[in-house]
Design a protein around this ligand. Structure first.
Ligand code: F6P
Length: 462
């Protein structure tokens, strides 16, 4: 007789819901933002999986006091952490250092420059990881499988192994992983502790083979203990979930609004957090070059960019936002006509509106300098209504599966990206339809369930 599946506990920094106080003072839950939630959320909704996450907003802290909250199909338990320690762990270590290492974002002439404030920040990172581990120990049923998500929580497995040997913890990294050359700028103790912390899990997963290899190479160069068994398993978008959003009234209204803006022009779209790794500025420079090289696109193509503010507490993000706005202003000033704004930059995060752009785009630009996976590439294939061509950076994890049907967009080559955009806009209709059909098939073929099965398989292989 098959035994019952082990209970599941999911652990991530950002939870599936964020809470706020409504006008009547009651707590209102809203679906959280980000790829991790859109990928994993539908898998877990409606199950009895406990999802542990940090209390980030004021409303979250109020929800944390209620213990496990059941809302929108989720069983969420939020952790209240010391606010200053959480800021140091999130802004300074996770997003100010680890994110830069994993994406190769440092300009090494100037950065990083770790000073005497670093040990306190690293201590805060440890504290947050230990608080999460303690919450898991408290919440996890006997024999549970614990799925620990991402670089914010690389050290959780250490304490679990010691305090709850009945649990099986699988760590999954949603970013790329730093190869040795980008890990070594971290203070050595932190880099070693990071690798050792990950090795304390039962297994470590990544979206692609390339990130598995980079992780192994960094272990070989620096690690003090052997890595945990590692596996590659790309997350996927849930076709039913995103198609339900695409069919919603809010999305129809957003498409109508977009049509009002662009008329019958062709649309190059992008949907990203306003994020250093997404390469937003070079994407606009490539559009500028496209208009320069190909006058036939002037007035006939509009670039609609949904770029939503993110990590506003990290100074480099605030500077990047200024660059994005300044670049858009300059390009629009150069090319705009009375009846045509070349780039429409939308910065208010609105999920139905993002999905509307995926539906309406003729070309979707996904050109990150490096990206763990990138779900926008497959989400567009699932909802697009115009056989959109996908301009995709080979440095995005998604390229491993979708690359053959995409038009490669070399992320550092602005002229090459402009050429890719031109090619995407002028593909022969039959080829375009064929590529779109392949992208759709690939996006439908793999669902979040496949990803979850891979995690569970890794958990059972002792
Ligand atoms: O790509 C890594 C990741 O953690 C995603 O899983 C997530 O969608 C995104 O970063 C969001 O980051 P943050 O929680 O800082 O907004």
């Amino acid at each position: 007789m098959a035994s019952d599946p082990a209970p599941l506990v999911l652990v991530s920094n950002r939870g599936p819901l964020s809470f706020r106080h409504g006008d009547d003072g009651a707590l209102v839950a809203r679906r959280g933002a980000g790829g991790l939630i859109s990928g994993i959320g539908p898998l877990v909704a409606g199950t009895d999986t406990t999802w542990l996450a940090a209390a980030i907003s004021e409303g979250d802290r109020a929800a944390a006091e209620q213990g496990t909250v059941a809302a929108e199909g989720f069983q969420v338990r939020l952790l209240t952490l010391d606010p200053e320690a959480y800021r140091l762990a999130y802004d300074v270590v996770s997003n100010g250092a680890l994110w830069f290492a994993h994406h190769g974002l440092w300009d090494l002439v100037h950065e990083p420059a770790f000073d005497r404030t670093w040990p306190e920040a690293w201590d805060a990172y440890r504290y947050v990881n230990e608080a999460f581990a303690a919450a898991v120990c408290d919440a996890a049923p006997e024999g549970a499988v614990v799925l620990v998500q991402d670089y914010h929580l690389a050290l959780v497995g250490r304490e679990l192994t010691r305090a709850r040997p009945d649990l099986t913890a699988v760590h999954f990294t949603h970013t790329p992983f730093a190869p040795p050359v980008w890990l070594t700028p971290l203070p050595e103790g932190a880099a070693r502790e990071l690798l050792d912390g990950m090795a304390a899990h039962h297994a470590c997963g990544f979206h692609t083979r390339a990130w598995v290899d980079d992780h192994a190479a960094s272990h070989a160069a620096l690690g003090t203990r052997p890595p945990a068994p590692s596996f590659a398993s790309p997350l996927a978008s849930d076709p039913d979930d995103i198609r339900a959003t695409a069919a919603s009234e809010a999305c129809d209204a957003a498409v109508a609004r977009l049509e009002g803006l662009v008329g019958d022009r062709r649309v190059i779209g992008r949907v990203d957090r306003l994020e250093l790794s997404k390469n937003i500025v070079r994407g606009f420079l490539a559009f500028d070059d496209l208009l320069e090289q190909h006058p036939e696109h002037r007035g006939r193509v509009t670039f609609v960019a949904g770029c939503y503010p993110s990590r506003t507490g990290v100074p480099a993000y605030a500077r990047y936002r200024e660059r994005v706005e300044e670049t858009v202003g300059r390009i629009n000033e150069r090319w705009a006509r009375d009846d045509w704004t070349p780039i429409v930059l939308e910065m208010e995060d609105d999920y139905p509106r993002s999905v509307a752009l995926m539906r309406r785009a003729d070309v979707m630009l996904v050109n990150p300098v490096r990206d763990g996976l990138n779900l926008v590439a497959s989400e567009t294939a699932l909802v697009n209504e115009r056989d959109a061509a996908l301009c995709l950076s080979p440095q995005a994890g998604a390229f491993e599966r979708l690359g053959d049907a995409a038009v490669p967009a070399p992320p550092f080559d602005v002229a090459g990206t402009a050429d890719a955009l031109h090619r995407a806009l002028t593909l022969d209709p039959v080829e375009r339809r064929g590529r779109a059909a392949t992208l759709r098939r690939l996006a439908e073929e793999r669902t979040p369930r496949h990803w979850l099965d891979d995690q569970l398989r890794a958990a059972t292989q002792r």
